[in-house]
Design a protein. Structure first.
Length: 339
């Protein structure tokens, strides 16, 4: 059964030639057209060698009643090849633009009438793949092709500079924070009388530019009294000065290359503790065991902010006097990071 050309999805291009033509100066002239269900085209030009004339070629696409400019170029930008008497060039390529017709228009922009010029429009059916030819080399400024294989480099860039020059990294791996631990032996005493005793405190002065993140706290306790009541509090310290008196426990860095100005003050004098707590542990007077607090995998640590006077304390509150007169002893270990 015979079928029309428009129904045949042939990968073989059709060639539409103008023949030797004369183009008047300063007058846009339709020189060649291709009608059909098309999507790609190449425009070739052949003319006598001339150095004193220039022209602008434009390819229009038609779809329905619309006629739209798809591409244009000046003859001064063409890569001309000469065979002696005539010169030839691949002027324009259009890819992936379905149309019902391609039309080529020529405008002589310099010199007199152009004579004996031939235009050849090579057009592909709309069902042909868009990469029907290798085409000219890419002209986008994207670096230089590797000489061994002609491949183009790929750059990661934040887009701030041309040609993929990296000025700011897209992603920087965060350095491991400095980590420290400070721990006491079971030497911290609750006392036996009603009152509050500081077991240990970290104080962060505003002069420090580091952010301290408390990630883990372990408290061991050993009680032998028969009566009384007590509880442990983990709370924030406010104000403008840290604990006084007491004993400084120097922390141990997890990496010996790290250093800190923080110290764990044990059994100090604290007057600026908050009224609310991060955690509370109620104990029997003869209770023995271990309590642990940590931020958890998805939780936020207790933060002492950079440039702020802030602190953290673990204290013991004796609500009813312990008897017989034997205090509960505590051990305290705190782990934190600094960034």
């Amino acid at each position: 059964m015979l079928r029309s050309d428009n129904e045949i999805a042939s990968p073989t291009p059709a060639v539409f030639e103008s023949g030797l033509s004369s183009i008047p100066a300063n007058t846009p002239t339709l020189v060649v057209s291709a009608i059909g269900t098309l999507s790609c085209c190449d425009l070739w030009i052949s003319q006598p060698e001339r150095a004193d004339q220039q022209m602008r070629l434009s390819i229009f696409g038609r779809m329905g009643e619309a006629r739209v400019l798809l591409a244009s170029a000046d003859s001064s930008t063409f890569q001309w090849t000469s065979d002696g008497a005539r010169e030839h060039a691949l002027a324009i390529s259009v890819r992936g633009r379905p149309v019902t017709a391609f039309e080529v228009e020529c405008l002589v922009t310099k010199g007199e009438n152009v004579a004996d010029v031939n235009f050849a429009l090579v057009a592909w059916h709309g069902d042909s793949p868009h990469d029907v030819t290798y085409g000219p080399a890419p002209t986008t400024a994207q670096g230089a092709a590797a000489p061994s294989n002609g491949r183009w480099p790929v750059y990661l860039s934040d887009g701030a500079q041309p040609q993929g020059t990296i000025t700011n990294a897209l992603w920087v791996r965060r350095a491991e924070p400095a980590s420290f631990s400070a721990a006491s032996d079971r030497i911290l005493s609750s006392g036996i009388s009603v009152g509050t005793v500081s077991l240990g405190a970290l104080w962060h002065p505003r002069t420090s530019a580091r952010r301290v993140e408390i990630r883990r706290i372990v408290i061991s306790y050993w009680g032998t009294a028969a009566a009384g009541s007590l509880r442990i509090r983990g709370t924030r310290l406010t104000g403008t000065s840290g604990p006084t008196a007491g004993t400084d426990l120097l922390p141990l860095p997890h990496d010996r290359a790290d250093s800190t100005t923080m110290v764990l003050k044990i059994q100090g004098d604290v007057t600026n503790r908050s009224a609310t707590d991060f955690f509370t542990l109620v104990l029997k007077p003869d209770e023995k065991g271990t309590f642990e607090w940590d931020a958890g995998r998805d939780g936020k640590p207790i933060v002492l902010r950079a440039g702020q006077d802030e602190g953290f304390e673990v204290c013991c509150v004796v609500a009813a006097a312990l008897s017989p007169a034997t205090a509960t002893n505590f051990g305290l270990s705190i782990h934190w990071t600094e960034v």
